[in-house]
Each structure stands twice: as structure tokens, then as C-alpha cells.
Design a protein. Structure first.
Length: 140
């Protein structure tokens, strides 16, 4: 099912360092959104979206490492690894991570960052979903 060599070489301490990075990225997304609200700068809303998406990507990589897989090298690789985990892991399947990752990709990465189509309240709601995603990864 998983690459046990990867799992054995990645210690809990390493997971904690990666998780700390995820938390920092997420905090930066929130800070950008708060700055956007105060300063009225649409580019900061876009930056908040992209940081939120990056937090999802890195949290997903942490999930892969915790399950003995290498981090994703592309969107395609991330999708295939999530499919694989959902087929083999009841907890991952029950969490709906594949759908959630792809929903955040579209909302934050495409609509928020590239199109600039999300307002502050929409981004705030999306970042709340990112928070829940990170918290669920932490529990696995």
C-alpha cells in the first residue's frame, strides 16, 4: 500500500516541522485577507487566496508523507495519489479529501487568485474550509 521506507525515514519531528510550515502559510493567508479588508487592495485578496491554496497543497503533501507516499510533484500526481489513498484508506475516503482539495483548487487558485472573482467574504469562507482541512490532516 505505502512506501514503508519513506514512512520510516520521516519521523514525527519532521511531520511537525511540515505542519508548522502549513500553519505559517495559513496564518499568512489570514493576515493578507485582513490587510485587504483594511487597505481595500484587491491584490491582497488574491494573495490570500493563493496562500490558502498553498496551505492545502502542503497539508496534502503532509498527508501523503504520513501515509508513506512522496509529496505530489504536480496537480496530476496529487490527484492520482488522493485517488489511490481513497481506494486503500477508509479514513481518507470518509474525509472526502479528493473532492475537498479540488474544490479549494477551483475556488482559491482559479477563481480567487487567477480570476480575482472572489470577494472578501467568499475568501473568508474558503479559508475556514482550509482550516478544517488542515485540522483533519493533523488528526490522521
Amino acid at each position: 500500500m505505502v512506501n514503508t521506507a519513506v514512512k520510516q525515514t520521516l519521523k514525527t519531528h519532521d511531520w511537525e516541522k511540515i505542519l508548522q510550515n502549513v500553519e505559517e502559510i495559513y496564518s499568512e493567508a489570514i493576515e493578507e485577507l485582513n490587510r485587504a479588508s483594511k487597505e481595500g487592495k484587491p491584490t491582497l485578496i488574491r494573495d490570500a487566496c493563493e496562500k490558502g491554496w498553498l496551505a492545502v497543497v502542503e497539508a496534502t503533501n503532509l498527508l501523503f508523507l504520513k501515509r508513506g507516499l512522496e509529496p505530489a510533484e504536480s496537480h496530476k500526481d496529487r490527484r492520482e495519489k488522493l485517488w489511490k489513498l481513497e481506494a486503500e484508506d477508509d479514513a481518507v475516503r470518509a474525509s472526502g479529501f479528493y473532492d475537498r482539495v479540488n474544490a479549494r483548487a477551483f475556488s482559491l487558485h482559479v477563481q480567487g487568485f487567477y480570476e480575482g472573482a472572489l470577494d472578501e467574504e467568499s475568501v473568508r469562507r474558503e479559508l475556514e474550509k482550509v482550516r478544517r482541512y488542515i485540522d483533519e490532516i493533523k488528526k490522521l
